[in-house]
Design a protein around this ligand. Structure first.
Ligand code: PRP
Ligand code: URA
Length: 206
């Protein structure tokens, strides 16, 4: 499994416990998902490509770094929206696209309903979705995005199943996968165990 996980990150894991708790109300769920997203952005941001530039301080010109390529964040609707503000808070210059995919509850297959992104050619695209379960939704979204020729794709989740990681790594070996934690398995209904339930419902109080 090549996906990078941050299960040793103590602060991150205390916040995931808040998301998991069935008693956590939607406003606290949303706030905590936002905080987790800020931490994930900081961790993944350590890997972005940069180029050398200069900056003039009040005292002198000095060397500095700037992002090499434009970044586009693409939350998968709906639950991915809960990660967007956290990522934008650290990288406010990023553009945002949206992909709408929902799982059919009976078949667990992705059902596509929306696509709108800025031009992706040459951009670094970061796909955001807190839950990677069967991997069907992310697989579908990545295939759509690849058709628009981004420079590279990253996918970021909060809780992933081993099955979902294996699915996406098989179909998209070129995509860098990150997750805050890897859980045990999927249950018969395709929910991540122990997981947190339905992320979209808990975020939007539906
Ligand atoms: C959830 C989640 C992922 C998907 C993961 O969305 O946010 O997009 O399920 O499942 P998969 O890996 O098996 O495809 P859902 O379909 O519940 O839609 P929602 O965000 O609108 O609630
Ligand atoms: N989507 C969710 O929101 N939760 C799961 O456990 C699986 C898919």
């Amino acid at each position: 499994m090549k996906a990078k996980n941050f299960s040793e990150h103590a602060l991150l894991q205390t916040k995931i416990a808040v998301l998991r708790d069935k008693k956590t109300p939607s406003p606290l769920f949303a706030k905590t998902l936002n905080e987790i997203s800020v931490i994930l952005c900081a961790l993944i941001g350590a890997e972005i490509d940069t180029v050398k530039t200069t900056v003039i301080t009040p005292l002198m010109r000095t060397g500095a770094l700037k992002q090499k390529r434009p970044v586009v964040f693409v939350p998968i609707l709906r639950a991915g929206l809960g990660m967007l503000d956290g990522f934008l808070s650290l990288m406010p210059g990023a553009a945002v696209g949206h992909v709408g995919v929902e799982r059919d509850h009976a078949t667990l297959k992705p059902r596509f309903y929306y696509y709108k992104t800025p031009p992706l050619k040459g951009a670094d695209v970061w796909v955001l979705d807190p839950m990677l379960a069967t991997g069907g939704s992310l697989d579908f979204a990545l295939a759509k995005l690849k058709a628009h020729m981004p420079h590279a794709l990253r996918a970021v989740s909060v809780i992933a199943s081993p099955e979902g990681i294996a699915h996406v790594e098989k179909e998209h070996p070129d995509v860098k996968l990150y997750t805050a934690v890897v859980d045990n398995k999927l249950n018969a209904k395709g929910y991540i165990m122990p997981g947190l339930g339905d992320a979209g419902d808990r975020y939007f109080n539906t």
